[in-house]
Design a protein around this ligand. Sequence first.
Ligand code: ADE
Length: 246
Amino acid sequence: MKIDILTLFPEMFTSPFNASIIKRAMDENIVEISTLDFRQYGIGKHKIVDDTPYGGGAGMLLKPEPIFEAMDEINAADPTAEKRIILMDPAGKPFNHELAEDFSKSDHLVFICGHYEGYDERIRTLVTDEVSLGDYVLTGGELAAMVMIDATVRLLPGVLGNVDSAKEDSHASGLLEYPHYTRPAMYRGMEVPEVLRNGNHQLIEKWRHQESLKRTYDRRKDMLKNYPLTEEDKQFIQQLINPIQK
Ligand code: ADE
């Protein structure tokens, strides 16, 4: 996968992508990540990239020319690939696991990061997706792009050591992940559940599924609306709601 990031602050990406799993994925050529500082396409001697809004109002807007010219450069280098062009925008659709999976299927992603200001509306004609990291405003799109790239790259084949480890993630199954334990079996009075230590895999699977249901019910009831609950699941949840009823 190729990832290009249009940003005025390429140095922000150095450290996060130079460690751990993303670095390994880059070293193994599973992903190639490049930044493009679109200030080089800024206007005039001062390389201006923003301007005041027509019609008045507070704040500055990113001008169209630097972003369009940066996109021309990216398209010229890779004219045939179908690209996902992703605009970082707090007013975009919220990023989630499903979108990360969708992005991970593309051969070429381009992230456009604004900073401080909004976008000239014409920039939106270049993009396939307008995406927000969450319902808050960051100082720029860079941190949002880093998070989205991290969540996407870890889903690429060969990036995680254990092929199963992404499948059981919280959110991948539609439920939050069940609790995990490792040795010792007893620590400061806290004991690892007996069922996990008795080696009965059927019982372990059932316990894990029910703990996932319980955790999702406690923390994220909204997720259960989209999850295909079996009759047994529904009975289990009913018991959580009303433990006295049998
Ligand atoms: N830029 C500023 N805030 C943002 C957010 N929440 N998501 C994506 N890009 C942003």
